[in-house]
Design a protein around this ligand. Structure first.
Ligand code: PEP
Ligand code: MN
Length: 338
């Protein structure tokens, strides 16, 4: 962090500021120019509110050099994190992990048919919403606990671990018992109470990027989980809001290399919510594979035309199977397997 003092800052003010900075545990490198004096701070500045120093009348501006996140920063943890989801390993040079299933669990037949289908195609984790964050209160809200029980049954039949979205801290115990990977959806990425609660468990978390959040805000949300004690985090890009209306969201694929550079956490892509259109899912999924994603999460339905949520972006089982074949062909090009 660099603090630039205004010209003619008096020595008393400067020394007082330096004493305060030293008490925060940093080392100060001072450099005095013709007009400005610069204080370069070295050490752990993650806990320091940089902008607050700009409230001092003699501080011209403050520049942060390092990132405000520490535990999820690759700088302090160079080796890739591998997250173990009930035996399925995600990250580093592990094979890509494909998670697939319906947007929402609707009934036993629906879930079992989809679970068997995606398993046969090569998916290794089953997705299924139990509590759905719907824009309209009149839309299907999910089967709740009944859906979690159906997921547990589908897991018993197929052996696939399950991922489902948690929206309420009060349901955490239920999710800890029944779900292998707890999803925090885009709408809750900055729900800090939820993040703190999840941070106190060791359950793997699938942290989706909020649709209006920067990469730094996303990594700071991950930092919440890590700093409260849960390092088992998988990041998921699911598209962000832009001016473009031809797709539901805009898929930001550049996040894959950016996250890999800035963090050691695995990152997967959700081409379903990113595009909102089943016809676009394949291209987005293949592009994500080529860009080095650690996995994909894809919505699949046995009867998309009858789906209670997100039917328009859901792949039929046969199209999902074709997509998996193409992913298997592309992954080795970038040194990966499926
Ligand atoms: C979902 O995965 O079904 C979902 C609602 O995702 P997102 O939070 O990305 O919208
Ligand atoms: Mn959905």
């Amino acid at each position: 962090m660099i603090i630039t003092l205004r010209p003619h800052t008096n020595t008393k003010d400067k020394e007082e500021l330096k004493a305060r900075l030293l008490s925060l545990g940093v080392v100060i490198h001072e450099s005095t120019g013709e007009n400005y004096t610069i204080l370069g701070l070295v050490g752990d500045t993650t806990g320091i509110d940089a902008r607050s120093f700009e409230a001092l009348p003699y501080v011209d501006h403050v520049t942060r050099i390092g990132a405000p996140y520490k535990l999820v920063n690759r700088l302090f943890h160079p080796q890739d994190t591998i997250v173990d989801v009930a035996g399925v390993k995600v990250g580093a040079s592990e094979p890509m992990v494909i998670m697939a299933g319906p947007c929402a669990v609707e009934d036993r037949e629906q879930l079992e048919e989809i679970a068997q289908g995606v398993k046969q195609a090569g998916a290794r984790i089953l997705r299924g919403g139990a509590y759905k964050p719907r824009t309209s209160p009149y839309s299907f809200q999910g089967l709740g606990e009944e859906a979690l029980d159906l997921l547990v049954q589908a897991k018993q039949i197929t052996g696939l671990p399950v991922v489902s979205e948690l929206m309420d801290e009060n349901q955490l115990e239920l999710f800890e018992e029944k779900v292998d990977l707890i999803q925090i959806g885009a709408r809750n990425m900055q729900n800090y109470a939820l993040l703190k609660a999840l941070g106190q468990t060791k359950k793997p978390v699938l942290l989706k990027r909020g649709f209006a959040n920067t990469i730094e805000e996303w990594l700071m949300a991950a930092e919440y989980l890590a700093s409260y004690g849960n390092p088992n985090i998988i990041l998921c890009e699911r598209g962000i809001r832009t001016f473009e209306s031809a797709t539901r969201n805009t898929l930001d694929l550049a996040v894959i290399p950016i996250i890999k550079k800035r963090s050691h956490l695995p990152i997967i892509i959700d081409p379903s919510h990113a595009t909102g259109d089943w016809e676009l899912v394949e291209s987005a999924a293949l592009a994500a594979t080529a860009a080095g994603a650690d996995g994909l999460i894809i919505e699949v339905h046995n009867h998309p035309e009858k789906a209670k949520s997100d039917g328009a972006q859901s792949l039929k089982i046969d199209n999902f199977t074709l997509l998996m074949e193409k992913c298997k062909a592309i992954a080795p090009v970038v040194g990966r397997r499926l």
